[in-house]
Each structure stands twice: as C-alpha cells, then as structure tokens.
Design a protein around this ligand. Sequence first.
Ligand SMILES: Cc1cc2nc3c(=O)[nH]c(=O)nc-3n(C[C@H](O)[C@H](O)[C@H](O)COP(=O)(O)O)c2cc1C
Length: 189
Amino acid sequence: MSVIEPILNRKSTKIFKKTEPISKEAVETIIEAAIQAPNHHITEPWKFFVMQGENMQQFYDAAMEFQKNRDISEEEFERMKVKMISKTMVAPTVILAVYSKNKNKTRGKYEEDILAVGAAIQNMLIQATSMGIDSIWKTGPVYNATEVKSALGIEEDEEVVGAIFFGENDNAKELLRKRTDKQEKTIWL
Ligand SMILES: Cc1cc2nc3c(=O)[nH]c(=O)nc-3n(C[C@H](O)[C@H](O)[C@H](O)COP(=O)(O)O)c2cc1C
C-alpha cells in the first residue's frame, strides 16, 4: 500500500484541455475519497457541489452577475469575462468543496471543521492523480459571492473552501514544482 506515488506526481493544472467531463463514476470515487478525511467529533462538515457541462452555465451566469454588481470599470468587467470563459468554463469538471456546519454536532469547532474540509480536498486531489486525472484547487471571492451561492443552492452560512477543477492538463503550460528541501523544514527534537 503506497500513496507516495500520487502525492509526488500531483501538480496543479493551470490550463485544461477542452475534453468531456470526467465520468460520474470517477466523480463518485473522488468524493468517496474526500469523505474519508479525518474530522473531529465526526462532524462531517462538508458538501460537494458538482458542476459539469451545461451546468457550468448556471455558475457562469451567477459569477458574471457578481462581477456586474461590483464597483468595477467596464474594462475590468470585460477582463473578468474573458478570464472566466478561458480559465473556468473550459474545465471539464469543477467540484465545489463546501464547509457546512453540522447542526446536530454542536461540539464542532469552525477552525477544525475547515481543516477537515482541507483534508478532504487533499484526498480528492490525490485520488484524482492516482486515476490519471489532473486537477487544481482554486479559491477567490467569486465562489463565495452571494449571487453564486444562491444560484447554486449553497446556504448563507456555508462556505466554499475550494473550487476543485478536474480534467486533462495542457502540457504546454506545465509548471515546475518548487519546494524548499524538507531538511530545512524539519526540526528533530
Ligand atoms: C487554499 C489554496 C488555494 C489556492 N488557490 C488557487 C487559485 O485561486 N488559483 C491558482 O491558480 N492556484 C491556486 N492554488 C494552487 C496553488 O497555486 C498551487 O498548489 C501551488 O502553486 C503549488 O503548486 P502544486 O500544487 O503544483 O504543487 C491554491 C492552493 C491552495 C492550497
């Protein structure tokens, strides 16, 4: 049993090829990996919103509504529109990993629950890598905008911790992984 291979092979994909969405079965396996993450007091503080194909339009419309309502120039609005179409809409599959407070488990602490969602997201990335699916974890104000949350049915007190994009890397844009050597980050006591 070795998990180090997908861990070492995972890298963030900036540009996705225009391909079909990943299969429902693959999405379900990735979410199965997510929900196995450790979570204190078994709060299971997560929900996963899957966006693929035509359903991405719903997100796009709400995101553009958010941009429209911001105090930005016409130029900036157009820039955001291009960015949204060229970067977000081309991703074959996006899963929003959402923090959702478990109302039946009052012992859950916000900080711990958010960390648990982060652990769930890492499980998703590693599982996807092991299946030959490329990915990236993205954040940004648009994902938690009121316009977007209400369009997708994300409750007010819920929080998008990550928008996880899945698909196939366009190798032309591949980035080199950069990490400080582990020796510099390790203190042996
Ligand atoms: C909480 C979090 C938020 C991130 N948000 C973004 C983002 O909005 N846009 C982006 O291009 N990458 C984002 N990333 C990905 C990082 O940029 C990426 O992990 C980093 O460059 C290291 O590259 P690697 O994932 O290939 O090791 C995010 C990563 C994390 C953990």
